[in-house]
Design a protein around this ligand. Structure first.
Ligand SMILES: C=CC1=C(C)c2cc3[nH]c(cc4nc(cc5[nH]c(cc1n2)c(C)c5CCC(=O)O)C(CCC(=O)O)=C4C)c(C)c3C=C
Ligand SMILES: [Fe+2]
Length: 378
């Protein structure tokens, strides 16, 4: 065996480290790109010293400059060097604004978008206010854990004196190169999760020609829900019942309306029946109730991370989904879909929504500009 003191074999920086996502553009990075292996979500509340347009603009300018540098694999100014030897690793840092911010910062009251209306309470919610909402949102994704943590630490350091962390959550996904087959990654229930995401992002971006607030055009709205999975209860179901709850096969992710060995992306047929004459995709199956065709066309881009934060005293894992859903308007996206799921989804007895937040995510910016500039300066 090689002695631990021996110099490590020189491994070349692979595509995992060198891959990058451009920070600048029409839309912020971290929405259209497939989710990275590591996610860090954080909400900040403005401190009294940060509750002016000037202080907020300065913070967003600092955050933008640091995020743009790190996305290229360059250190931000006054760097702590935590990620000095790493490549950009597909780092994205995405910034959002919560409803409470518009009441706290002078002169922003009349700039509150109608789409930032509070998410209504749902019957099965068990939300913790301390882990919900927030003035500012930062979503970080990277294919390397050190790179993601470095970005989180950097935005938090740059906020000192202006804004303080309100809540923070860490998540993960399959690492690039880890799959043996070409298939959408699995969640912690073992399901292929993400297959039904929209092929086009037309309903994700606020249209250029509409919306009550011009500064949000080209932006999007993020609904963030920490959804715990009741995994010990789930384990009690046999495989067939687990598949019926979702409406898709566990092995391939194909819909239950398709033949046994159909590929993952076979379209679902909600009218199909089995040999018993019953619907192949049950009336209360998750995909039937969540699908756009069951919700007047309501469409979401789900870009989620799994989480696991230890165990309860009874041994149950505190694990589940950091559910991040993107849409042009949550009132016609997340809200009607969740209303339907809350009332009738077979999955709902195996999950628990424990936190909720909604953020307006402004469009992207060009070099020299900062995210949110049209809100604060136009
Ligand atoms: C309000 C929206 C949704 C919540 C909350 C939600 C929670 C949730 N979902 C899964 C697992 C799966 N979801 C799947 C599909 C799916 N889910 C939603 C919406 C919400 N899910 C939509 C819009 C869809 C797509 C429906 C379609 O048109 O096909 C699937 C199937 C595979 C896939 O399409 O991704 C799984 C599996 C969990 C575990 C969960 C909460 C913890
Ligand atoms: Fe779902």
């Amino acid at each position: 065996a090689q002695a631990l003191t021996a110099a490590p074999a020189p491994t070349p920086l692979t595509a995992v480290g060198t891959d990058r996502v451009p920070f600048h553009g029409a839309h912020q990075a971290g929405i259209a790109q497939r989710a990275q292996a590591v996610g860090q979500l954080a909400a900040f509340d403005l401190r009294p010293a940060g509750r002016s347009r000037r202080a907020l603009a300065a913070l967003l300018r600092r955050w933008t400059a640091a995020a743009a540098a790190m996305a290229e694999g360059r250190p931000p100014s006054d760097d702590d060097q935590v990620a000095l030897d790493a490549g950009p690793s597909r780092l994205t840092v995405t910034f959002g604004l919560g409803r409470s911010l518009f009441a706290r910062v002078d002169g922003l009251g009349d700039r509150l978008p109608a789409a930032l209306a509070p998410i209504p309470a749902f019957g099965q919610d068990q939300l913790d206010p301390a882990r919900s909402d927030g003035d500012l949102f930062v979503q970080i994704g990277a294919d390397d854990p050190n790179v993601a943590w470095h970005a989180l630490r950097t935005v938090q350091r740059l906020a000192r004196g202006t804004a303080a962390v309100r809540w923070q959550m860490s998540g993960f996904n399959r690492a690039p190169g880890a799959a043996t087959v070409d298939r959408t990654p699995r969640n912690l229930m073992g399901q292929v999760d993400g297959t039904g995401n929209p092929a086009s992002l037309g309903k994700v971006w606020v249209p250029r020609s509409s919306g009550d607030q011009a500064w949000m055009r080209g932006g999007s709205y993020a609904v963030v829900r920490r959804i715990r999975m009741l995994l010990d209860d789930w384990d009690e179901l046999d495989g067939g019942r687990q598949e019926a709850v979702i409406g898709r096969r566990r092995s391939t992710g194909a819909p239950l309306s398709a033949p046994a060995h159909a590929p993952e992306r076979t379209p679902m047929d909600l009218a199909a029946t089995g040999s018993d004459g019953l619907p192949a995709i049950a009336a209360n199956a998750h995909i039937r109730l969540a699908a756009p065709q069951s919700n007047g066309g309501a469409t979401l881009l789900r870009r989620t991370f799994s989480f696991h934060d230890g165990y309860d005293p009874d041994g149950a894992p505190d694990a589940g989904l950091l559910f991040v859903a993107w849409q042009a308007d949550p009132r016609t996206g997340f809200v009607p879909v969740q209303r339907r799921l809350d009332r009738g989804d077979a999955l709902s007895v195996f999950v628990r929504h424990v936190s909720s937040a909604l953020f307006a995510v402004p469009p992207g910016c060009a070099p020299g500009e900062y995210v949110g500039q049209p809100l604060l300066e136009a």
